[in-house]
Design a protein around this ligand. Structure first.
Ligand SMILES: O=C(O)C1=C[C@@H](OP(=O)(O)O)[C@@H](O)[C@H](O)C1
Ligand SMILES: C=C(OP(=O)(O)O)C(=O)O
Length: 443
């Protein structure tokens, strides 16, 4: 893994061009790990993401007595996970979940339903990220979960409860991960009778629920869906290993390279996601297209280029909250004001991303307006050199690297990325991948 200094200076880049093989999808990796652990049988997981977010999940599963081992086969990694058929071998554990929402939320549900005596905690920011809607839903159904510091937030103390409810209700308007968590463990609650999960409020980040349902099906689970407001899990199911399962490349990680191709002429191709992807973030390519980029897609790759400056857009980004951050930086290269709407969830992620994004874009000279759930970005005539703070948020580090690119109507700035090591959350090798497409010579 890369050792990063305290800051990285990126010099202006004349053109972005090349091909990048993407690391595995974080969302798919952590879901597969939990499903494989809960399943009956052994699962071979190909190309799992190797990063902080998956490391905490793997470590937690080992602490719960789940056996897994890793080896390489050619270019790929293989993790062999021995399923425990819905019951942890070890019923006492102290689990550090870092800042991985995709790990702590589903695992909390699995611990609560299986029962035992568990402490669950993370980095300080994790203790400011809400989990109350999930805990409320589980406790109302018979779980025994206590907050050990602040109500509504980790750390948690989880003991054995008694699940009787056949109907649960969870809020969907703060994070879709709460519904994902309940869906994944629902078969463990639905041993004797069917279980229905009702969603209160408008469900956000819906494509992530599609990833959840898709992977549940791969492990033999059945979920009956009534729109986005109600999900029923029939009685008597157990997850069964599909034998072998492949992790797609990460579509959110793809966004930086696709944006680079759209800003810096391209073509830039990402390998690992394409038309066949189950990740909603592939729809980032459509947003770039609306900004004027040229996108070509194959089953397992996407390529972006541009033959002129980007155009500003005014769009709802609720369906792709992570990749939307990349649009906010691409907006620096557009003609006019770009507005990102319906992104309130940014406030409760790795940092308050609305506020962090506004602060850092202003350093580059942009005029930024910030509302409760929206952001508008008007680029300056000339990008100013800036030292970008990253707030321990991998996406801040990754998307601001794009401000070093020369575009059609605006030159890249000299950009210092402070604390670049935060990319380890989902993409430890990000800056070398970025360097591989950054062409410094004249165009
Ligand atoms: O379920 C998932 O894999 C994710 C859901 C999204 O979170 P929210 O549902 O909180 O928006 C997303 O931001 C996160 O990076 C991954
Ligand atoms: C919000 C994110 O992560 P998490 O899975 O921790 O919610 C993210 O990766 O942008």
């Amino acid at each position: 893994m890369t050792d990063y200094p305290h800051y990285l200076d990126l010099l202006p880049v004349a053109r972005a061009e090349g091909t990048v093989r993407l690391p595995g999808s974080k969302s798919i990796s952590n879901r597969i790990l939990l499903l494989a652990a809960l399943a009956e049988g052994e699962t071979r997981v190909i190309d799992l993401l190797a990063s902080d977010d998956t490391a905490v999940m793997l470590a937690a599963l080992r602490s719960l007595g789940v056996e897994w081992a890793e080896h390489r086969e050619g270019e790929s990694t293989v993790h062999v996970v021995k399923g425990v058929k819905g019951s942890w071998p070890l019923r006492t554990a102290d689990l550090f979940m870092g800042n991985a929402g995709t790990a702590i939320r589903p695992l909390t549900a699995a611990l609560a339903v299986i029962g035992g005596d568990y402490k669950v905690h993370g980095v300080p920011r994790m203790h400011e990220r809400p989990i109350g809607d999930l805990v409320d839903a589980l406790n109302a159904a018979g779980a025994d979960i206590e907050y050990t510091l602040n109500k509504g937030y980790p750390p948690l103390h989880i003991r054995s409860g008694e699940f009787k409810s056949q109907r649960l209700s969870v809020r969907g308007d703060v994070s879709s991960q709460f519904l994902t968590a309940l869906l994944m463990v629902a078969p463990l609650m639905a041993r004797e009778h069917a279980v229905t999960i009702d969603v209160e409020g408008e469900l956000i980040s819906k494509p992530y629920i599609e990833i959840t349902l898709n992977l549940i099906r791969r492990f033999g689970g059945v979920v009956e869906q009534d729109g986005w407001s109600s999900f029923t899990i029939p009685a008597g199911q157990t997850y069964k290993s599909p034998g072998i399962i492949h992790v797609e490349g990460d579509a959110s990680s793809a966004s930086y390279f696709l944006a680079a191709g759209a800003i810096g002429r391209g073509p830039v191709r990402v390998q690992g996601v394409g038309r066949e992807s189950i990740q909603g973030d592939v729809r980032f390519a459509q947003a770039l297209e609306q900004m004027g980029a040229t996108i070509v897609m194959g089953d397992n790759w996407i390529e972006a280029s541009a033959s002129g400056p980007l155009k500003a857009v005014d769009m709802d980004f609720n369906h792709i909250p992570d990749a939307a951050m990349t649009i906010a930086v691409a907006a620096l290269y557009a003609e006019g004001t770009t507005t990102l709407r319906n992104i309130a969830s940014w406030r409760v992620k790795e940092t308050d991303r609305l506020s962090a994004m506004a602060t850092e874009l202003r350093k580059l000279g942009a005029t930024v307006e910030e509302g409760a759930d929206w952001l508008s970005v008007t680029p300056p005539a000339v990008l100013q050199p800036a030292a970008i703070d990253t707030y321990d948020d991998h996406r801040m580090a990754m998307c601001f690297s794009l401000a070093s690119l020369d575009g059609y109507i605006r030159q890249g700035a000299k950009v210092r990325i402070n604390d670049p090591k935060c990319v380890a959350k989902t993409f430890p090798e990000y800056f070398s991948a970025f360097a591989s497409i950054a062409k410094r010579g004249s165009v």
